[in-house]
Design a protein around this ligand. Structure first.
Ligand SMILES: *Cc1c(COP(=O)(O)O)cnc(C)c1O
Length: 427
């Protein structure tokens, strides 16, 4: 790729770079396997001595081209696609945590991630402490233990729309010799690049804005290559000591800045195998080609709607960090100066029934378990995505029982406002 091009150009052209006579458009390599002329060539691939393709669970040219585009957009050294955002967060942590280890996360995270961290990781012997992301550095310091391996947060939380103070989290993590992992799903690298603020690893649910059309479920893990694993070698034996499953190869010695990414693919993906199909990667790439056009439109529409909601007497509260009155506006102005995203949270005056009547009266804006695609939609987390959480856990995760999550699409803003006004008239 030509150096120093802008993000818009990377969206359109990074990743697949055809050679003379090759297809201009990213081809779908819908093949499990790749052919070699002799056993030696294949053996070198298995030993990680040579780069190339042999089996799609480990690497596939379509998937890799899309991963490369996302790595370029985030400013990372490498990326790996996964079959879902859930898998991305699982892999990002499991690559550096094992039974007996511990990590720390903000409570302001997606419901699925909350379960993964609090319930499923626990079954694997990996403990997680949930902290208030507004706490002081000194408070957060207290959650660290000798076996802590990472700090985790979401740039913009789903569904609370809180903004993470990335620099504060990065400083705290680094003071304890562990990386900061940031889920950057909602802003996308168009609106925020967490590596520029000190984050070490970024994850995404590509199911959301990156795809943008709700056609595939996917995820990605991106590494900045900045974290010095060898400086805290005793904490990360998986990266800094020999891997028996690769003839005693040590990732940091053999791969330097690519150590984390190589282990992620060669060891975890080999053993756990949550890859996206090349066809899904192709769809994701189509979405990425217009990401830089869609994200600003989502933000523009959302701000108009947030202002409308804020001014309506039937609305109790609105959380949208682009509003100057929002509690997180200062953080948003710092980390997301071009806008946050199309998702906001609000509550209506009244009870649970009021929220349900409002949602059932919308016509353009549909009730779906999704966010962050071209079509506007609403969700009531307390009765949908977060229904497995107790009221206490709901509050901890920043989800009020009356919270309506509105994901503003790229339709005409005035049509959406009319739809909302008509539904409010019916409550
Ligand atoms: C949706 C979402 C996930 C989970 O992603 P899936 O692709 O649904 O598995 C993780 N993090 C955030 C912030 C999300 O919005």
């Amino acid at each position: 790729m030509k150096p120093n091009v802008k993000r818009s150009t990377l969206c359109v052209q990074a990743g697949w770079e055809p050679k003379n006579g090759e297809p201009r458009v990213l081809p779908i390599y819908q093949s499990t396997t790749f052919k070699y002329d002799d056993t030696e060539q294949m053996a070198d691939l298995f030993d990680l001595k040579a780069e190339g393709y042999f089996y799609t669970r480990l690497q596939n040219p379509t998937n890799d081209a899309v991963a490369k585009k996302i790595a370029a957009l985030e400013g990372g050294v490498g990326a790996m696609l996964t079959s879902s955002g859930q898998a991305a967060n699982f892999y990002a942590l499991f690559n550096i945590c094992q039974a007996g280890d511990h990590f720390i996360t903000s409570t302001e995270i997606y419901g699925g991630t909350y379960n993964l961290f609090g319930v499923t990781f626990k079954k694997l012997g990996i403990e997680c402490t949930f902290i208030d992301q507004d706490a002081s550095e000194e408070e957060i310091d207290k959650a660290f233990r000798p076996n802590t391996k990472a700090l985790f947060g979401e740039t913009l939380s789903n569904p609370g729309c809180r903004v993470l103070d990335i620099e504060k989290f990065a400083r705290t993590a680094h003071r304890h010799g562990v990386p900061l992992i940031v889920d950057n799903t909602f802003p996308t690298p168009i609106n925020c690049r967490p590596f520029e603020w000190g984050a070490d690893i970024v994850t995404h649910s590509t199911t959301k804005y990156m795809d943008g059309h709700a056609t595939q479920v996917g995820g990605v893990v991106v590494d900045s290559g900045n974290f010095d694993w060898d400086a805290c070698a005793d904490k990360f034996p998986g990266l800094t000591t020999p891997d028996d499953s690769y003839h005693g190869l040590t990732y940091t010695k053999a791969f330097g800045k690519m150590a984390y990414m190589t282990k992620l693919v060669a060891q975890l993906m080999r053993d756990l195998g949550s890859i996206p199909s090349p066809h899904n990667a192709f769809l994701l790439n189509l979405g990425l080609e217009t990401l830089h056009l869609r994200v600003p439109r989502h933000c523009e529409n959302a701000l108009k709607i947030a202002r409308f909601l804020q001014a309506d007497p039937r609305v109790a509260w609105v959380h949208y960090a682009d509003l100057p009155e929002d509690r997180d506006h200062a953080l948003a102005a710092k980390y997301l100066p071009d806008g946050t995203c199309g998702v906001m949270a609000f509550g209506l005056k009244g009870d649970r029934e009021t929220a349900i009547r409002f949602m059932d009266s919308l016509r353009l804006i549909c009730i779906v378990t999704h966010v962050a695609d071209a079509r506007s939609c609403v969700l009531h987390p307390a009765s949908h995505t977060h229904r497995q959480l107790s009221d206490e856990q709901l509050r901890e995760a920043g989800v009020a029982p009356d919270l309506i999550r509105l994901s503003v699409g790229i339709e005409d803003a005035d049509d959406l406002i009319d739809d909302i006004r008509e539904a409010l008239d019916k409550i």
